[in-house]
Write a protein that binds this ligand. Structure first.
Ligand code: AMP
Ligand code: MG
Length: 338
């Protein structure tokens, strides 16, 4: 694996050109986006696309998101864009919003897992945009982790999971959002969020004046195909505590098991100093939780932690996305959301 390194993200044009050459030649390259690191391949190179699925151990029925750098590239992968979809692109691109659109018939079914739709976004990370521009065609890129592991928010996470099986890694430092993009589909009378992210339901509603609902298995609207798999899971088991649960958390700090706690700073202060602590910062702001969650889960694994007690956050705005990932990762949920 070739490594290009610029922790501040300021890669030389030569490095970008070299990474782009690997992609052009059918290689797979990991690179930073504002959400998490992606593992990229040319959208029109089936051998490279198969290499992505193999490297990640990704189920073939989980479609890949296409990343573009210029509006003109959209027509290469999607068609029949509606006025509301166009409006969302104008509002949120470049940025962490993936739109599920009608697929261009010429696009390989390997990308879309055989679906008639394709997920597309224009990332805002300058390295991602420079790389796609240098390749000159859209880049398909799922998160650059082994399937089922927490998504990578730093280059070392990518190396941990994929060092032996990818062609190159662009180390551009830590990602800023820390959670995967919002995935949304626009219908004539509403927007369905298939995966919550940092482009929130309130933001989508404000842009379109359409009602915005979260897909759930319960209401018959399927989530994004990828959401049915075990996701975001560290090796340690996760217990998720909702509401005021300090006494329950304290009681669970059994000295025998190797336990860590991820919680708001004020909660951590009340717990014994012997326990390994990771902070979610102040109550009421989800930014730090989103940015650090996956890194904390991986760090706990590195320390041989067997159980992680996580304090829930308010599931509004970005907090909705954080809680979506935590609920999927948790083996037990204690208490109820107020
Ligand atoms: P990842 O790139 O690893 O963050 O995963 C991409 C997510 O987007 C997965 O949950 C996919 O199921 C979802 N996705 C990609 N394309 C589509 C599509 N055409 N329809 C619905 N969900 C999609
Ligand atoms: Mg993923």
């Amino acid at each position: 694996m070739r490594v290009f390194s610029a922790p501040q993200g300021n890669f030389s044009d030569n490095d970008i050109a070299a990474a782009a050459d690997i992609l052009k030649a059918g290689g797979v390259v990991a690179f930073p986006t504002e959400t998490v690191y992606g593992l990229g391949a040319r959208y029109d190179c089936e051998t490279a696309i198969k290499k992505i699925f193999a490297a990640k151990g990704r189920p073939a029925d989980n479609p890949l998101i296409v990343h573009i750098a210029h509006p003109e590239e959209l027509a290469m992968v999607a068609q029949s864009i509606s006025p509301q979809e166009e409006k969302l692109m104008l509002y949120f691109w470049p940025g962490p919003l993936t739109l599920v659109l009608t697929k261009n018939p010429a696009l390989s079914g390997l990308v879309t897992a055989g679906l008639s739709t394709v997920g597309v976004r224009m990332p805002s990370h300058p390295v991602a945009l420079r790389l796609i521009t240098a390749v000159g065609v859209p880049i398909v890129a799922p998160s650059a982790n082994l399937s089922g592991r927490p998504s990578p928010t730093a280059a070392r996470h990518v190396a941990e999971d994929l060092a032996g099986s990818i062609d190159a890694l662009c180390d551009g430092g830590e990602t800023t959002v820390g959670l995967e993009s919002t995935v949304a589909r626009v219908y004539f009378d509403r927007i369905v969020v298939l995966r919550p992210g940092s482009v929130t339901r309130a933001m989508l509603q404000e842009a379109t004046q359409l009602p915005v609902v979260l897909a759930t298995h319960a209401d018959g609207v399927p989530e994004a195909p990828g959401m049915k798999y075990v996701h975001y899971a560290p090796r340690a088991e996760i217990f998720l505590y909702l509401g005021d649960q300090i006494s329950a958390m304290t009681a669970a700090l059994d000295n025998e098991a190797k336990v860590a706690v991820i919680a708001h700073s004020d909660t951590l202060e009340l717990l014994p100093s012997t326990v390994r602590k990771f902070t979610l910062g102040a109550r009421g702001c989800a930014d730090l939780a989103a940015r650090k969650l996956y890194a904390y889960l991986r760090e706990a694994d590195g320390m041989g932690i067997e159980r992680i007690l996580v304090e829930g956050i308010v599931p509004e705005g970005l907090g909705e996305a954080v809680m979506n990932r935590l609920r999927k990762a948790a083996s037990r949920v204690i208490g109820e959301q107020k």
